[in-house]
Ligand binder design. Structure first.
Ligand code: SF4
Length: 235
């Protein structure tokens, strides 16, 4: 049978705290399910993974997202990586990404990911401004994002992506400019930038209904977009 290119997505639905803008399938306070979820995932890989391999061959890309995959203890992550290796083996040309929250990584965990075949990290930075980070419910600081990048490089990662969000409550154009400068100074291989969206059912949507969410006005958000599109290509 002709093999085709395909990608494997693995979802880790646990977070330490729900960010105020987030409507992803992710849950805080469910640590008690982490061990069972890890075991079930490994069993699923051993069954469904083998079926997929027989049908399509080895995946061209693997992406472990969430939730917060990096919230799992190192031993559980190693168990999942081993289950993936047991089914799909190593592939030098495969891109294998793990999403990480800068507040949940340390040197040992990142070294274990690198040793387990992960060759790309995606850090949810969102902003380097600690006041804004608190306002959007993130669990880390700007300093931790910088530290996470240093740890990633020390662990051997040569492909790192970072996410930013703009149009945050109370954010000014000057704050976004500082974020962009801080981001490019870290020299990630890839940057994703999202405009804040108010999603139904989130804490921000409720605050908006109650008139308690002060977002930048449309003109400011437009100037932010123009600033990004003129600043980033030069870098
Ligand atoms: S860390 Fe990511 S998945 Fe978890 S609540 Fe925040 S935005 Fe959502």
């Amino acid at each position: 049978m002709r093999k085709q290119q395909w990608g494997l997505y693995i979802h880790i639905p646990f977070c330490r705290q729900k960010c105020f803008y987030c409507d992803f399938p992710s849950f805080a306070g469910r640590e008690r399910y982490e061990a069972d979820y890890t075991d079930a995932l490994c069993r699923e890989l051993a069954v469904q993974g083998v079926l997929c391999r027989e049908k399509w061959g080895s995946p061209r890309t693997i992406y472990m997202g969430g939730g917060t995959p990096s919230l799992l203890p190192t031993g559980r992550l190693e168990k999942i990586l081993q289950a993936i290796a047991d089914v799909f083996g190593d592939a030098a040309d495969r891109e294998f990404t793990v999403e990480c929250n800068p507040g949940t990584v340390d040197a040992a965990k990142l070294r274990a990911l690198c040793a387990g075949g992960v060759n790309r990290l995606s850090f949810g930075v969102q902003t380097f401004d600690d006041t804004l980070l608190k306002k959007i419910g993130r669990i880390h600081t700007g300093a931790q994002a910088r530290e996470a990048m240093a740890l990633a490089r020390a662990a051997g990662f040569q492909n790192v992506s970072m996410d930013l969000i703009y149009g945050l409550p109370g954010e000014s154009l000057a704050e976004l400019e500082r974020d962009l400068e801080a981001m490019v100074a870290l020299e990630p291989e890839h940057i994703s930038i999202y405009g804040l969206q108010l999603e139904e059912g989130t804490a921000f949507a409720k605050m908006q209904e109650m008139g308690r969410l002060a977002l930048p006005d449309e003109d400011t958000v437009e100037r932010m977009y123009d600033t990004m599109t003129s600043f980033l290509p030069a870098h």
